[in-house]
Design a protein around this ligand. Structure first.
Ligand code: ZN
Ligand code: ZN
Length: 372
């Protein structure tokens, strides 16, 4: 047998001083050219493929190569064991996924029946400002696919619907025996399931899934904001091959309020007062989410002054308590005056010091006004 065996370097078409990358490249070319997938029922190509594989397995192993260089084929007999298919651990490194080579020698076989988690779903829900503050419970209808109840997702009728795959006899993979090579591939007929549908389920037409509207109750906690995502565990798309379903994310959009504006957990609103109220101080009734509040504005309030009502803001979604409500004062100058009012202002004008110096930008003034 050894007498007719071709020289390994000759098989790969390389010189005896070829380096490792050159060896790999030469082998790759040959293996691609003679691969059984590309040459069905071609025994000559199959022989060449095996020959190249054997040559590469020896020459890519420095120890075996040294032995071969010294003693030829003879040297590899006995303990060295000639060609060892398991030496091909880096086979898939060379070819990647080109032929599904992970299956080639039975090692690192990918399991196409692996359980897969279902996809996550997103559901956009718009709620009122008040609902964000108080929280609420709503029922939503989520369109999604569900495993068909009639066939439990198999896609086949219960009675005689599934039959053992004739191609792989239920193993889910097909085995090519080629002397020293064992090529395992996922069965193309049943996609590795080992069974094929003979009588498709009448409900889902063989898909195994049906489109449904699922009613779900969503508990929205107080304090949610625009963009808050609520996760409903395992309410997403069903998983494959017995895997768990994905999650459903309810993404909230909170409608704006005509009076109150939210910043983090605080609320802000603006209350107009007239110059007399600003000068003398005032008490203003403000309808808040906690009922009517009497807001005390101190004497000499400037426009932009703020009154802080502690604990009347939004509930904190993370943590406890609530934010604050900031009432911003907007001093309005009357634009229409009666003759009497005009007279009074004229009297004021005589007594008040004239203000005609331009402003000097002062940070301290702003800070002072912020908390009064
Ligand atoms: Zn099959
Ligand atoms: Zn079905």
């Amino acid at each position: 047998m050894n007498a007719t065996k071709r020289d390994y370097y000759e098989v790969l078409g390389v010189g005896r001083d070829i380096d490792e990358p050159g060896l790999k490249s030469a082998y790759r070319k040959l293996a691609l050219k003679y691969h059984p997938d590309r040459n069905p029922d071609n025994t000559d190509a199959e022989e060449k493929f095996k020959e190249a594989a054997e040559a590469y397995s020896v020459l890519s192993d420095p120890q075996k190569r040294a032995t071969y260089d010294r003693y030829g084929h003879q040297g590899l007999q006995g303990s060295a064991g000639g060609f060892d298919p398991n030496a091909f651990s880096d086979f898939s490194d060379i070819f990647g996924d080109l032929f599904g080579f992970g299956d080639l020698f039975g090692g690192g076989r990918r399991n196409r029946n692996r359980a897969q988690r279902g996809d996550d779903l997103r559901y956009d829900l718009e709620i009122n400002f008040e609902d964000a503050l108080h929280g609420l419970s709503v029922e939503i209808q989520v369109p999604r696919t569900e495993a068909c109840a009639r066939c439990s997702g198999s896609g086949a009728e219960k009675e005689d619907g599934l039959v053992t795959c004739p191609m792989c006899h239920g193993r889910g993979e097909v085995l090519y025996q080629q002397s020293f090579l064992q090529i395992r591939r996922t069965c193309g007929q049943c996609n590795g399931r080992g069974q094929i549908v003979r009588r498709p389920c009448t409900q889902c037409k063989g898909d195994g899934y049906v489109r449904t509207q699922r009613k779900l109750k969503v508990n929205i906690p107080a304090g949610v904001d625009n963009g808050t995502r609520l996760r409903l565990s395992q309410e997403g798309q069903p998983g494959g091959n017995g895997g768990p379903p994905g999650d459903l994310y309810v993404v909230l959009k909170v409608k704006e309020h005509p009076i109150f504006e939210r910043h983090e957990d605080d609320l802000h609103c603006t209350v107009p007062i007239n110059v007399a109220q600003a000068a003398l101080g005032a008490q203003v009734d403000l309808l808040t989410f906690d009922g009517l509040q009497n807001v005390k504005i101190g004497e000499g309030a400037q426009s932009g002054a703020t009154v802080r009502l502690r604990g009347l803001g939004m509930p904190r979604l993370q943590g406890s308590g609530r934010g604050d409500l900031f009432v911003h004062v907007d001093v309005r100058t009357p634009s229409k005056l009666t003759r009497e009012q005009k007279k009074l202002f004229e009297q004021l004008l005589d007594t008040l010091p004239a203000e005609n110096e331009p402003h000097e930008k002062s940070l301290m003034d702003k800070v002072k006004d912020y908390f009064m």
